[in-house]
Design a protein around this ligand. Structure first.
Ligand SMILES: Cc1cc2nc3c(=O)[nH]c(=O)nc-3n(C[C@H](O)[C@H](O)[C@H](O)COP(=O)(O)OP(=O)(O)OC[C@H]3O[C@@H](n4cnc5c(N)ncnc54)[C@H](O)[C@@H]3O)c2cc1C
Ligand code: FES
Length: 264
């Protein structure tokens, strides 16, 4: 059941993943959540922001410190009261008959981890490619190793794994698969745009979790519009076919006030 008003919860456990990333385990659960869905996390007196479900029970969120909301959350202690509503949005749909290539960069790792867990449960063959700027920014690699999936790592400076873009590493591996893969991805939009081009060139299927500015989270305000789609409802996971028709994808997004801004 989707809850459209915040339900109180407390932060039960906090783990420092890297310099800028912390994981928050709450004393509540989102039992019906699917990989790729998100919740709206409310910090009373601060703001409310969308966060992907990393683990539904107990509800686990992994947050990168980037601006006012995430900084306030990083300052919270175990026992702090928050509010959660959701789960919202359209998540990933696992295609059981094709190899699954999961690609994550930046703060895109949490939904990809949830999807990897689901794929392993269902016996789908999984390869995960993770990208980060440098070794110290890589998160969740141990958790993926514990799942027993094939794990490929890329860093911009070569301090861990392949030196270069995770998209190049993923493309190289995908060409070796005996069958065409489905690419499932979450991360910065330039990374997703590169994977979209790859899927279009190779004729591969792809599902990408896209970020747009989210306010209501359930299709009322229109803030998250992307060329006729509502990212909070039709997405955040959109297919290659949907994104190929979205003129702004990879080029423009919108600020909190609706201003159209180029994506860098
Ligand atoms: C579906 C979805 C799932 C997300 N999951 C995660 C996650 O699991 N972990 C994580 O660390 N981050 C996640 N984010 C991004 C996260 O919501 C924003 O980075 C966060 O709200 C930043 O807030 P801030 O005040 O710290 O930074 P700000 O300085 O306010 O913003 C920094 C950046 O975050 C974007 N942002 C700010 N507010 C929003 C908003 N309401 N909706 C969308 N983008 C916003 C801004 O456009 C800007 O690019 C997700 C975003 C979406 C759309
Ligand atoms: S965030 Fe309000 S319609 Fe999508």
């Amino acid at each position: 059941m989707t809850i459209n008003f915040p339900r109180p919860a407390r932060i039960r456990q906090i783990t420092q993943e890297s310099r800028l990333v912390r994981t928050f385990v709450l004393d509540t659960a989102m039992p019906g959540a699917e990989p790729g869905q998100f919740v709206m996390l409310w910090l009373p007196g601060v703001d409310e922001k969308p966060m992907s479900v990393a683990v539904p029970a107990p509800l686990t969120l992994t947050v990168t410190r980037i601006g006012p909301f995430s900084t306030a959350l990083h300052q919270a202690r175990e026992g702090t009261q928050v509010g959660v509503r959701g789960p919202y949005g359209h998540g990933f749909t696992l295609e059981p008959d094709r190899p699954a290539l999961l690609v994550a960069g930046g703060c895109g790792v949490p939904p990809i981890y949830f999807l990897a867990c689901r794929a392993v449960e269902r016996g789908v063959s999984v390869t995960v490619a993770l990208g980060a700027q440098r070794a110290g920014d890589m998160v969740y690699d141990d958790r993926f190793r514990d799942l027993g999936v094939e794990l490929l790592l890329a860093t911009d400076d070569g301090s861990l794994g392949h030196q270069g873009y995770v998209t190049d590493l993923a493309a190289q591996r995908a060409r070796q698969f005996p069958q065409p893969p489905t690419i499932y991805a979450c991360g910065p939009e330039p990374m997703l745009a590169a994977l979209l081009r790859l899927c279009q060139q190779q004729g591969w299927a792809g599902q990408f979790s896209v970020e747009r500015y989210i306010k209501c989270g359930f299709g009322i305000c229109g803030q998250c519009a992307l060329d006729g789609l509502l990212v909070c409802q039709d997405g955040p996971v959109l297919t290659v076919e949907q994104l190929a028709r979205a003129q702004d994808f990879g080029r423009f997004s919108r600020s909190a006030t609706g201003r159209r801004m180029p994506i860098r």
